[in-house]
Design a protein around this ligand. Structure first.
Ligand code: ADP
Ligand code: MG
Length: 695
């Protein structure tokens, strides 16, 4: 393998390349846009476009594409070649206009009713803050996507807006605190990505995996994750080869892939990058998920990013490590040695506490999906109740602020291993709480309720916006204070007192917490339809409209799209189940029952004294299950059709959850019980043992 520093970023039109290839004035102008958000001039764009094209062509490119993140849940691209007729032949050209603006057909992307099909025009606009890159002989240009009339139709635009909002509010507050050298503040994200790898030949035999990304039937294997022998276990040769390949592909694209390991469930793994600014982290995470799937093909594997591919073992999530730092290199969530006297830290911490409490429903909504509904609250992922974990030390500090008592930091204790040859080291301030949805981990928060396939733009624009809103309130409360120090203390005390209910350091998986949370008045929104019912609550609409993230109409569009996507996914799953049941499972069980019957009859024909109880017992059990299975299949089909006919999205979503999904669970139970009784030779699908232990 080539040396990592040599391949790292080799496919990216990054700062080094720009410095090398752009005239000084152009480079400076572009930098001003990227770093200070200044508008970009078309003459600058022309020069940049030409340099980009030359560089891309040298890297084997023939095409370019505007790459964007519509509301479909996957990224979108449309490739155009660089060719321009010239005499009898062609030359390769790329203009500033083409770099800045693209015109995909907006009506074919979800718009939640904003766009009618005849109003087709939409625009993609270059996002110079995320570098262009080369993949498969094409120059990829990260862009934002909006409609002809300017409505936001993607996930990137609100994210970029929220970052600017948060920066503006944080800078104001920092200036008030005397930090006038700070001119910009950025949010940073490091998303830890979980995934499953299974054998492609087995995958091809499972229509449920192909159409829905998860198994809709499947009896549990005799072994699951109970021995805890997979988590951090030694990585199998085939998986290791895959991971090596994946790292190399990611590094070429400048993605800081850092950590890889086996996860809890068999066949489950994780990849974590080093953090970067939120928008780059978002683009990189989208790329990472795509490349994970592409690289898998080369190894005859399939990478499953669904939140719950297998019932009975853990599903996959994504941990959104989030922090805020200044352009002077300071992490605003860093407590420092003396958090008790660190006004800056305490103000930013209080803003986050207040935001998470006031907008807990939004944080829950942003992680809601048909797939993630299988995880939240299922004792493998944080519960559907949003709360925060601060750790013992900070918790003690918060309490001393609220009660006016004394606070003594434990500081960082030394860890003594008791073995001479092992070096002692400093312990972290707090232990980890793996059950908390929103945990403080030293100098960042880890939002742990995200599903594995989610685009992280949404949770991050919500998080940024709500914190920006609180910072703005803080600034207003402090800006005219006569005694700033006293006002800050009072504000911190008031805020933490008013919002301490959101802080919970205990076991989020316990039954007691569900009751306690209810007493505290926290939301417990168990499924997507329940969560989304709060999306359009006035305080949420006000938040986005006031902060110019999106209009009420755009927000409603997002709400409708989320509901529609959910309903469609449940419907596809239901119909896939019906098809599997009718076309494959029922006939397979019938054939097996016939075989058993034939065997029993043949035995009887030989002699009445040969026992046939082994056959008849199984036949009886299967026959009973068969009729129940047939009834449930029919009922599921009816429920799914009835739900699909409901006009109102919210109502339809509730029907999908309460009627269709419930019926799917019932059908699966019978199906799985039949799998346990049926000969493997007759069963039409690879088993959980094959799937989970096949690589
Ligand atoms: P932990 O062990 O607490 O999970 P790690 O150092 O393993 O911490 O980091 C987990 C993830 O958090 C990584 O992706 C890392 O890059 C990211 N991370 C670390 N610091 C920050 C930060 N300031 N902002 C955002 N993400 C961060
Ligand atoms: Mg972590």
């Amino acid at each position: 393998m080539t040396k990592v520093p040599e391949i790292f970023g080799s496919m990216v039109f990054n700062d080094t390349v720009m410095r090398e290839r752009l005239p000084k004035a152009t480079y400076k102008a572009l930098k001003k846009t990227v770093e200070n958000g200044e508008p970009l001039d078309i003459t600058v764009a022309n020069v940049v476009a030409n340099a980009m094209k030359d560089w891309a062509v040298e890297h084997g490119c023939t095409h370019y594409t505007h790459w964007f993140q519509p509301m479909t849940g996957v990224t979108a691209e449309k490739h155009d070649s660089f060719i321009q007729p010239c005499g009898d032949g062609v030359i390769m050209e790329f203009s500033g206009k083409e770099l800045i603006k693209g015109e995909p057909d907006a009506s074919s992307f979800p718009s939640g009713g904003i766009r009618a099909t005849f109003e087709a025009r939409g625009y993609t606009t270059w996002d110079p803050t995320s570098p262009a890159f080369v993949r498969d002989t094409t120059l990829y240009i990260p862009t934002a996507f909006c409609s002809y009339t300017g409505e936001v139709l993607d996930k990137k635009t609100p994210l970029l807006r929220s970052m600017e909002r948060l920066s503006a509010e944080a800078v104001k507050l920092l200036h008030l605190l005397g930090k006038t050298e700070v001119t910009r503040v950025a949010t940073t994200v490091g998303p830890e990505q979980e995934y499953f790898l299974i054998d492609k030949d087995l995958y091809e035999q499972r229509v449920d995996l192909k159409l829905c990304g998860r198994t809709l039937f499947g009896a549990m294997a005799p072994k699951g994750q109970e021995l805890a022998d997979h988590y951090f276990g030694s990585i199998k040769t085939r998986v290791s080869a895959y991971m090596r390949d994946l790292d190399e592909e990611l590094w070429k694209l400048g993605i800081l892939a850092k950590t890889k390991h086996n996860e809890v469930a068999p066949s489950q793994h994780e990849l974590a990058p080093i953090f970067s600014t939120s928008n780059i982290a978002t683009d990189h995470n989208e790329l990472t998920m795509e490349i994970m799937q592409k690289v898998a093909e080369r190894h005859n594997l399939v990478c499953l990013l669904h939140e719950k591919p297998f019932k009975g073992v853990n599903g996959s999530g994504k941990h959104n490590n989030w922090s805020i730092s200044t352009n002077t290199g300071e992490n605003l969530l860093s407590p420092g040695k003396h958090p008790e006297t660190n006004n800056q830290f305490l103000l930013f911490l209080s803003a986050v506490v207040k935001a998470v409490d006031e907008y807990q429903d939004l944080l829950r909504i942003t992680v809601a999906s048909a797939g993630n509904d299988h995880r939240l609250g299922a004792n493998e992922a944080p519960p559907a109740i949003i709360s925060m974990y601060l750790g013992d030390d900070l918790d003690a500090l918060v309490h001393s602020i609220i009660d006016g008592g004394d606070y003594h930091s434990h500081g960082r204790e030394r860890m003594q291993t008791g073995v001479d040859v092992l070096a002692d080291f400093k312990k972290d301030n707090s232990d980890r709480n793996r059950t908390s949805p929103f945990a403080f981990t030293g100098n960042k928060f880890e939002f742990r309720a995200l599903g594995s396939s989610l685009n992280i733009a949404c949770p991050n624009y919500m998080l940024n916006t709500m914190v920006a809103e609180e910072l703005s309130g803080f600034y207003e409360a402090l800006k005219d204070a006569e005694d700033l120090e006293a006002a800050i203390h009072e504000l911190i005390r008031e805020t933490l007192t008013a919002h301490s209910r959101i802080i919970f350091n205990g076991d989020n998986y316990s039954e007691e917490w569900v009751e306690e949370a209810e007493r505290r008045g926290l939301y417990n929104l168990k499924s997507l339809p329940e969560a989304l019912a709060h999306f359009m609550d006035k305080k949420n609409v006000d938040l986005f409209v006031k902060n110019n993230i999106c209009s009420e109409e755009e927000l409603r569009a997002r709400y409708e799209i989320d509901l529609e996507t959910y309903c469609k996914q449940i419907n596809i799953e239901a119909m896939t189940m019906v098809e599997m049941a009718k076309k494959n499972i029922a006939p397979a069980v019938s054939a097996f029952v016939r075989e058993l019957t034939d065997t029993a009859l043949a035995k009887k024909a030989l002699s009445d004294s040969i026992p046939v109880d082994a056959e008849t017992e199984v036949i009886e059990r299967l026959a009973a299950a068969q009729s129940r299975f047939a009834v449930l299949t029919k009922e599921l089909e009816q429920e799914a059709r009835a739900a699909a006919a409901i006009e109102d999205n919210q109502e339809r979503a509730f029907a999908c959850r309460n009627k269709v999904f419930e019926k799917m669970e019932a059908l699966r139970e019978v199906g799985d019980s039949m799998e346990e009784e049926t000969s493997a030779e007759f069963w039409p699908y690879p088993s959980y043992t094959d799937l989970l232990f096949g690589v």
